[in-house]
Design a protein around this ligand. Sequence first.
Ligand SMILES: C=C(O[C@@H]1C=C(C(=O)O)C=C[C@H]1O)C(=O)O
Length: 87
Amino acid sequence: MDELREQIDECDDQIMTALDQRLKVVRQVADYKKNHNMPVKQTDRMDQLVKRLIDKFGDENLTDDFIAHLYGVIMEHAISLENETLS
Ligand SMILES: C=C(O[C@@H]1C=C(C(=O)O)C=C[C@H]1O)C(=O)O
């Protein structure tokens, strides 16, 4: 049991490291949009992104609904940070 939970902790560390890296890139995207007068929220990109992830990773663990929900939360947070960056 301890060994299994260590594996879960390692997975969580990887997830958080990847999310932090993603948000650093999002801040760069915010700067680009500011310089090019582009809107922060881009629903076409968000839809394409979720579709790509579902096509690539969707299975009995990562269900379509879970991927859509998870990335809804992640992208709304990204949009909040972008708006903060621009204000
Ligand atoms: C990061 C961007 O800004 C917003 C956030 C997105 C994201 O977190 O992936 C995607 C589209 C935009 O609504 C982007 O336009 O690429």
